[in-house]
Design a protein around this ligand. Structure first.
Ligand SMILES: Cc1cc2nc3c(=O)[nH]c(=O)nc-3n(C[C@H](O)[C@H](O)[C@H](O)COP(=O)(O)OP(=O)(O)OC[C@H]3O[C@@H](n4cnc5c(N)ncnc54)[C@H](O)[C@@H]3O)c2cc1C
Length: 444
């Protein structure tokens, strides 16, 4: 079945219709959503936004959902709500299977859609580096659903701990986080705070002094992409909280009960949180020769996929070489948002004037930050080059995340949650929805 993107929904009847570019955007993440918002209610372009979820996900706070600090709905925003009153943006909940650039068609599980211009904004998924055992047993955190699955697993384990043998108990109390980038640092810091402040109150029968949180990192630093001061300070913060940070440590395998390291050591654990790698979600149909390091698609300075005249890629999935970023940009929300903005400007300029000059994308690095826990964060600013940490950095981290989150209600709820947690050292979202958990265990 071949369906025009907006079939049945065209703003003007076909016979009266001026030329209008039919654009399909795959992915309502930071990049795709930004592009669609910039094109919203603009003349000359009709947009079909396709995503496998009907909501936008705020990935930087997944770890707080996974550790019961925030409700999943606080960091998810319905895509349809963004486009209330839109005359030219329509949404389809669908999984894109592949694309056919020769016939300008996107194939999905609900049918096929034609386009004049296609924008691939599919982001990145978890990279287990081909290890099927890790893929089967470890917990990734690349979607709200995965964050919820991890939360259920963690809480259920503590319930199981009440009836465990001493060996089983230690296996439950050992939690291994792999990868000391921002996600690994944030999740292990939060787990350590739970161990110190919350879990002994929830489970007074269990001796949580035996709980161990291992943060395993292959390189010789935590927060490898940040300044030396941030690396050193984040490690110190983690160790103050009681996290067992092991650098130059590489995971070889995990069978669901033991992690094996390349140096032969083994750690008995029921929980491995995988924060060690990502790879681009490249839709089938893109020329494989254009897929480079990290499974990203090669694009030019205007985000056009090399060799195609009407296919663009933006955000994490795009690999753009620039003098400042010869290996492509860092996979960050800010890059994705700004590529969405620049592409919207270029498209709108070209819709008005087919000869309008195109703007090259240039990323203006506004800095890097990560939080480890209460009053503990690190911030690096590029110009002037400044590093700061501690309470002020933590406030800056919170402020920025509140500004970035979509929706006033979400912002207020997150803010209230954080205030509540700050004063009570607790949050109350450690709920178990049994069927959800059982389904995951059964592989459904
Ligand atoms: C846990 C975590 C923490 C992070 N923390 C930070 C941070 O603190 N600061 C920061 O700047 N960045 C952070 N990032 C990175 C940031 O989230 C990404 O750079 C950003 O999301 C990239 O935006 P994007 O639009 O390219 O992709 P995404 O936001 O990932 O959006 C891709 C969209 O495409 C959809 N999609 C994918 N494949 C298909 C398909 N086949 N069919 C239909 N739909 C599909 C997905 O459902 C998704 O909605 C974090 C990422 C993670 C995972």
């Amino acid at each position: 079945m071949l369906v025009s993107p907006l079939s049945g929904l065209l703003l003007r009847p076909e016979k009266n219709r001026k030329y209008c570019m039919r654009m399909v955007i795959i992915g309502g993440g930071f990049a795709g959503l930004q592009l669609a918002r910039r094109l919203n209610n603009k003349e000359g372009v009709e947009v079909l936004l396709i995503d496998r979820f009907n909501y936008h996900q705020f990935q930087p706070l997944f770890y707080q959902v996974a550790t019961g600090g925030l409700d999943a709905s606080n960091i998810s925003f319905p895509l349809r709500k963004v486009f209330h009153n839109s005359k030219n943006v329509r949404i389809r909940l669908a999984e894109v299977k592949n694309i056919s650039p020769n016939t300008n068609t996107v194939h999905t599980d609900i049918g096929d859609f034609e386009y004049d211009t296609l924008v691939v904004a599919t982001g990145a998924g978890t990279n287990f580096f081909g290890n099927s055992n890790l893929e089967k047993h470890a917990y990734p955190m690349k979607s709200t659903t995965e964050a919820l699955q991890l939360r259920h697993h963690l809480i259920h384990n503590f319930e199981d701990a009440l009836n465990a043998t001493p060996d089983e108990l230690q296996q439950i109390l050992n939690i291994v986080v792999v990868g000391a980038g921002p996600t690994g640092v944030e999740v292990s810091g939060t787990l350590a705070e739970m161990k110190n402040d919350i879990l002994p109150k929830d489970y007074p029968e269990i001796d949580f002094s035996k709980m161990q949180i291992f943060l395993l990192e292959g390189s010789n630093h935590t927060l490898l992409n940040m300044s030396d001061k941030s690396k050193e300070q984040s490690q110190r913060y983690l160790e103050q909280l009681g996290v067992n940070v092991q650098l130059n440590t590489i995971v070889k395998d995990y069978d669901g009960s033991h992690v094996t390291l390349t140096n032969g050591e083994r750690i008995s654990t029921r929980t491995v949180i995988w924060a060690a790698g990502i790879k681009g979600n490249v839709p089938m149909g893109i020329d494989p020769d254009l897929v480079v390091r990290g499974n990203r698609i090669k694009v030019d300075r205007q985000n056009k996929v090399l060799g195609y005249y009407n296919v663009y890629a933006i955000g994490d999935i795009a690999s753009m070489e620039t003098p400042k970023y010869p290996n492509g940009h860092p996979q960050l929300a800010n890059v994705a948002i700004n590529q969405g903005k620049t592409l919207a400007t270029n498209i709108l300029n070209r819709v008005k004037n087919p000869n309008a000059p195109l703007i090259d994308f240039e990323y203006k690095d506004k800095g890097n930050m990560a939080t480890v826990g209460r009053n503990k964060a690190v911030v690096d600013l590029p110009k002037p080059k400044i590093h700061f940490g501690g309470f002020f950095a933590w406030l800056v981290w919170m402020g920025l995340h509140l500004v970035l989150i979509l929706g006033v209600k979400n912002r207020m709820q997150i803010f209230l949650n954080w205030i509540y947690k700050y004063f009570t050292f607790d949050q109350s979202l450690r709920l178990l929805f049994q069927d959800f958990y059982k389904n995951r265990k059964a592989g459904n």
